[in-house]
Ligand binder design. Structure first.
Ligand code: SF4
Length: 205
């Protein structure tokens, strides 16, 4: 089966299952989305959504967060894992945004990826979900599913991202990213199916 045919089956099944996928991290601005995505590294979105309301009450903007010390931020995010480095990166990022970007989140991959603790995946999520730029962030679920379904044989996140961007139309990247994550979390985990669905049989894998 050709890759284009596989992609069409996957897109169809995902859309049927999750017609209106919502952004899982609660936020009210590009800044709060950036902070939430940074906190989500090696942590569940549910956990992040539990801690951000209190953090955003004391630091709703880059300027407010920049005034805090990492040791003051840490208690708010203690349950998210990697709390010391995350607290440091959040404060460093807020200070750079305040000093170099008038407190705003920059709208370029290069500038976003220059911020402490912000890698390509985080930048892609912010570029897409905050600013509507085409991006296809590849997380652990998407990496696994793309390979399982024969959409990519890449052994790196970069290669899988490039393959997915080539296979799917640019205007579908944002929703597809959300649907793939929902699919991976809900039905198709690293441990197996819960329960089996139609995709593997339709793809003959
Ligand atoms: S059949 Fe199982 S492994 Fe295949 S896509 Fe569905 S949930 Fe995933």
């Amino acid at each position: 089966m050709r890759v284009a045919q596989r992609a069409s089956i996957v897109a169809e099944e995902l859309e049927r299952c999750f017609p209106n996928p919502r952004v899982p991290l609660d936020h009210s601005s590009a800044f709060t989305l950036l902070i939430a995505v940074m906190l989500s590294a090696r942590c569940t979105d549910e956990r992040v959504n539990k801690v951000t309301p209190a953090l955003f009450r004391v630091a709703p903007t880059a300027q407010e967060l920049a005034k805090m010390e990492p040791v003051e931020v840490r208690p708010y995010i203690a349950t998210c894992g990697l709390a010391d480095s995350k607290a440091l990166h959040l404060v460093q990022t807020a200070r750079i945004l305040t000093e170099r970007f008038h407190g705003q989140v920059p709208q370029s991959f290069e500038e976003l990826e220059s911020l402490p603790g912000v890698g390509h995946k985080t930048a892609s999520v912010v570029m897409n979900q905050a600013f509507g730029h085409p991006a296809f962030p590849v997380d652990t679920h998407i990496f696994r599913l793309a390979r399982r379904w024969g959409l990519s044989h890449g052994s790196t996140v970069e290669r899988v991202e490039a393959d997915l961007k080539r296979i799917f139309p640019m205007q579908s990247w944002g929703e597809l990213h959300l649907r793939l994550i929902l699919w991976g979390r809900t039905y198709c985990t690293a441990r197996g199916c819960k329960p089996p669905c139609a995709i593997c049989s339709r793809l003959k894998v």
